[in-house]
Design a protein around this ligand. Structure first.
Ligand code: ADP
Ligand code: MG
Length: 703
């Protein structure tokens, strides 16, 4: 079987083509960004359940997480008085027997028959004096040989281990990997598939890292690292695996950014533009507002780029609402003055139309025509706005001097822009990328050495600040009273329940549900509550969100992973539980969900932590209202890993690397530089080269 499959499967095989996956699961897997076999293998556990302690039944300690291995002695379904099913089994190993109980899973008796060897993991509880194993995870031990003996004989003597198998058990009796999940895709399912396909993947892929580097840094080879991160024998295995995989991430990013820089700066010439101060002055006068100092500074930096023969590659960072568009408009105007067109790419069609509108109102009075290029409407202008797909399909005989990429989440589009640029004309357009994700300058420079950076660290005047308070638990009641009062005025509140795990596992859902039940009794009957979490069906989610929008729900209790990207101008309070578990920049983005209307808005932060540092850190939310500045604080206080939290991997494409690990970053940087300096075309490193090609393709996929 393994041989047959491994001949038709390679790392880039689409996930739906893998035997045992199919279209139905492929759709769900895509929600986790898993599109190929390689993606599946690179879907890493975010923690492990430690069930590695295998106890003799005579020896078990109630309350502890443990595993037992034995044979089902007898098993039956019992109906309770309330009509529910109990499955009651006796399991024996060579030391003793124990009673095992499962609730409402009568079908278990089909798999777990008398005589079946099983491995069980869970917690032992005492009932009366007798220990019982309640609802353990179970697994038939297929690679055990067994024979049912006469009743009196000791059953477990017949359990003989088949030591040829690498993974003896998968879901029990080990460090059990827990994965980021999604609706209808459990860790158990993922674990089974990964275990199945890992050997095939390893057989078909080679380690791209030069041997000398592996030796110098005492790292694992790639197959060992991948095996150990999924199926470690001990925690130490995980540590070593993560070190190797983190090194890979930083190292490949470094090589790519250094190659890009070389290629971008040395091999290309851009349109060198002239700037008319007169036109610019007119542009500024025409604006319905005064530019902030940050906007002036950023515009100056970008315009300076345009006057150079060297093609610009600049990143403009600023919170949502900081006014990035007008800065881009100034650059587009200069391009127009020089007889050059601008392409302006947005992540969605709606945003593309919005940009067209905005730019049109600013630039039309100056004689600049702004067009649109999307699936539904195509009309060229001196500046043409469109979706990111525009970069592939847009053709023009006019000269493009500037490409602006507005992207809220993903960085990868810029790479795609460059692919487009490279086969367009002899002269290269300047490139400006805009993002609302606050990457601190130091971090951006370490990782994206090929970019220049401009930052809008100031909001336009007159924006309302969300009044933010770190609320001590003693004053929790006051906070609820305040929420009740606001509700009576018709205002609405978000309550985000504790952040449990970086993916919507049952633990998060449970914590939200418990909080919801608790809160119901805290408010008068007139105040209506709703519950929103990722395990709800899309239709249920939609219905709750619509009710909230319509004002029929006053308080929306939600898990933090749920997308509350809804614009409700009537919402005035954002309450966040266990706020210390979030990055500050993330908290800032969350509180941005309120204060969108005319009403004064508030953010209440609760914390479980007693640490002074943690309190100080949260307190900075009260004073600072720029996401970018908050990110810098987190970088200093907690290291980079904390800054982006949930969104981090989405942005950097890092799954393992801890960006505060300066030592690792600098080692990987040094090795990358050595390679690029000695062999810029990677002639001596064909495997590395093909790894980079595959990463490049991955980054440049549309969202
Ligand atoms: P973002 O950085 O999120 O792209 P926008 O460019 O869309 O922000 O600007 C948000 C809003 O702020 C727009 O309505 C814009 O007209 C307005 N704006 C931009 N700059 C200023 C300013 N200096 N003063 C007042 N309003 C401004
Ligand atoms: Mg914008």
């Amino acid at each position: 079987m393994l041989f047959v499959i491994s001949n038709i499967v390679n790392p880039h095989t689409p996930i739906e083509n893998l035997p045992g996956v199919g279209f139905h699961y492929a759709k769900k897997l895509k929600r986790l960004e898993i599109k190929t076999l390689e993606d599946l293998i690179y879907h890493f556990p975010f923690r492990y359940d430690d069930f590695s302690q295998i106890s003799a039944i005579s020896n078990i300690t109630p309350g502890e997480k443990l595993s037992i291995q034995g044979v089902i002695w007898q098993i039956k379904n019992v109906r309770t008085r309330t009509g529910k099913f109990l499955t009651v089994a006796t399991v024996a190993d060579k030391s003793a027997t124990i009673e095992v109980i499962w609730f409402n899973q009568p079908y278990l008796t089909k798999t777990l028959k008398a005589g079946t060897p099983v491995s069980l993991s869970g917690k032992v509880q005492l009932e009366g004096n007798r220990p019982k194993l309640i609802s353990p995870t179970y697994e038939v031990i297929r690679n055990y040989e067994y024979r049912i003996m006469n009743q009196e004989e000791n059953v477990a003597k017949t359990l003989t281990r088949n030591s040829n198998s690498i993974i003896q058990t998968l879901h029990t009796s080990r460090l059990v990997p827990i994965y980021p999940e999604t609706e209808g895709l459990s860790s158990k399912w993922l674990r089974a598939k990964i275990a199945n396909y890992l050997p095939i993947f390893l057989k078909n892929s080679k380690d791209f890292m030069p041997k000398s580097i592996i030796t110098r840094h005492k790292m694992l080879d790639l197959p060992s690292a991948l095996s150990k991160i999924h199926f470690p024998k001990k925690y130490e295995d995980v540590e070593f695996a993560r070190k190797r995989l983190a090194f890979d991430e930083i190292f490949t990013t470094q090589i790519m950014s250094q190659l890009r820089k070389k290629e971008w700066q040395e091999a290309r010439t851009a349109h060198q533009m002239k700037i008319s101060q007169e036109k610019l002055a007119k542009f500024v006068q025409n604006l319905p507002f005064t530019l902030t100092l940050a906007q002036r500074r950023a515009a100056k930096e970008i315009l300076a780029d345009l006057t150079s023969k060297r093609p610009a590659n600049r990143l403009l960072e600023g919170d949502v609402g900081s006014g990035k568009t007008v800065v881009a408009a100034a650059a587009a105007l200069v391009a127009h003055d020089n007889g050059l067109d601008t392409l302006f790419a947005a992540p969605t069609e709606i945003l593309a139309f919005q940009h067209q509108n905005t730019l049109d109102s600013i630039l039309k009075p100056l004689g600049v025509e702004v067009g649109i290029w999307t699936a539904s409407k195509k009309q060229r202008g001196d500046i043409t706005c469109g979706t990111h797909a525009l970069l592939n399909s847009f053709k023009t005989k006019r000269k493009i001097g500037l490409v602006i990429v507005d992207e809220q989440h993903r960085f990868g589009v810029a790479q795609r822009a460059k692919l487009f640029l490279s086969h367009n004309s002899k002269l290269t357009p300047h490139l400006l990328t805009m993002t609302a994700t606050p990457i601190p300058r130091t971090l951006a420079l370490t990782l994206y050495g090929d970019l220049d950076l401009s930052i809008l660290d100031e909001m336009p005047k007159g924006r309302q600040k969300i009044a933010t308070f770190v609320v001590p638990n003693l004053k929790r009641n006051d906070a609820y009273k305040f929420i009740e009062k606001e509700a009576q005025k018709g205002r609405q509140t978000f309550i985000l329940t504790p952040f449990v795990e970086p993916s919507e596992t049952m633990a998060s859902v449970k914590s939200a549900t418990v909080e919801f039940e608790k809160l119901k009794n805290r408010f008068s009957e007139k105040v209506k509550l709703g519950l929103l979490h990722g395990r709800l069906k899309s239709r249920e989610k939609e219905s709750i969100i619509n009710k909230f929008k319509a004002g029929k729900i006053h308080i929306l209790v939600a898990t933090p992973v749920v997308e509350v990207g809804i614009d409700v101008p009537n919402a005035t309070i954002m309450l966040i539980e266990s706020a210390e578990r979030f990055g500050l920049a993330q908290l800032h983005q969350l509180r941005g969900r309120v204060g969108r209307g005319e009403y004064k808005s508030y953010c209440f932060l609760f914390s479980d932590s007693r640490s002074e540092n943690s309190a100080k850190r949260l307190k900075s939310m009260e004073k600072i209202h720029v996401g970018f500045a908050l990110a810098e604080i987190d970088l200093k206080m907690r290291g980079a890993g904390e800054i982006f939290g949930l969104t981090q991997s989405g942005f950097f494409n890092f799954k393992v690397a801890d960006l505060s690990d300066q030592k690792l970053i600098s080692q990987a940087q040094t090795e990358a530089k050595k390679i690029i300096d000695s062999d810029p075309n990677l002639k001596k490193y064909p495997q590395l080269s093909s790894k980079l090609t595959s990463l490049n393709l991955q980054y440049s996929q549309p969202n």
